[in-house]
Design a protein. Structure first.
Length: 319
């Protein structure tokens, strides 16, 4: 049983092959130290051969089962780590409101999971001023145009030390994710390659969301500007000052006959004084203002034309 405990410990720490080697070493050690003749591998009794076979079989079985449990635990830990990485990335991207923020968050998330160096190149943002050593801009442009990955796990440009993954959003490709992992062979593992594609998809969706949010905000601004413009134009079109429109048409005709029409010195915009042809002009203006009310109302206020002063008071009728 002590030998089996050793096999279990080796299998948990190192895996299947070391566990099998430990089981074989247990059988040889038992034969060398406890089976007569001792300190020799010779077997005097054939019954020990069956004992050795049972010990070896049980050791191999226990070692393989323990190594399988170790592998399953490692897979569960890796899946939990991938899910945690995706959750943190999604949570941080949901609060990003600018393209620069998405680029920084995506770069940090990819570097935190794969290690090494990562660069997010967005479609609406220019290339960084200083590109990392080994990053090929032409390969990034090819990935953006073709919408295909170029890395060790693909047939396209597999000799590149950097991996290039297109940022595919639901509507179009929004950029390129370039990655140089700490262990280049990680990209050959299907789970790791799938994780890289998932991270790239999350970044692409966030970039497209910000793009359409900006378009919606610009559309709202344009709509409000157009509404305000129409309101102002309507206000100007519907406004009527006292000296414009149909109400002053007789006075414009009178102005052409009598001379200039200007505001008085007292600054009252509703009161105008006529000049140019003297007393006859003033009498004509008073007659025009009186209208159908008679001369008694000449100094009054016409309901359609506001207040005017004529500068000449007509004589009152006798009696």
């Amino acid at each position: 049983m002590l030998y089996l405990v050793g096999v279990v410990a080796v299998a948990m720490r190192f895996g299947r092959a070391p566990a099998a080697m430990a089981a074989l070493m247990n059988v040889l050690a038992f034969d060398f130290f406890f089976v007569s003749p001792r300190l020799s591998f010779a077997v005097s009794d054939v019954q020990y051969i069956v004992t050795f076979a049972v010990m070896l079989g049980v050791g191999l079985l226990v070692g393989q089962l323990t190594a399988g449990l170790r592998f399953a635990a490692g897979v569960s830990i890796s899946r939990e780590r991938r899910a945690q990485s995706l959750f943190e990335l999604t949570r941080e991207l949901s609060a990003a409101l600018e393209t620069r923020q998405i680029i920084e968050i995506g770069t940090a998330a990819v570097q935190g999971y794969f290690g090494g160096r990562a660069v997010v190149i967005a479609l609406d943002v220019q290339y960084p001023d200083e590109l990392p050593v080994g990053l090929d801009r032409s390969v990034a442009d090819w990935t953006l145009r073709q919408g295909q990955s170029a890395c060790l796990a693909t047939n396209a440009l597999a000799a590149q030390t950097w991996g290039y993954v297109p940022l595919k959003a639901p509507m179009r490709v929004r950029g390129v994710l370039a990655l140089e992992p700490a262990q280049p062979r990680w990209l050959l593992i299907p789970e790791q390659s799938q994780q890289l594609d998932t991270l790239a998809r999350q970044i692409a969706i966030a970039l497209e969301r910000v793009y359409y949010v900006n378009i919606a905000q610009q559309a709202v601004v344009d709509m409000e500007s157009e509404r305000l413009r129409n309101a102002l134009l309507g206000a100007v079109r519907n406004s009527r000052s006292p000296w414009r429109g149909e109400r002053l048409r007789p006075f414009w005709a009178l102005q052409r006959w009598s001379g200039a029409l200007w505001p008085p010195e007292d600054g009252n915009a509703d009161t105008y004084r006529l000049g140019g042809r003297g007393r006859a002009t003033n009498q004509a203006l008073c007659a025009q203002r009186a209208g159908g009310r008679g001369l008694a109302g000449a100094r009054g206020r016409h309901p359609a034309r506001g207040a005017f002063r004529c500068g000449h008071t007509p004589p009152r009728p006798a009696g």
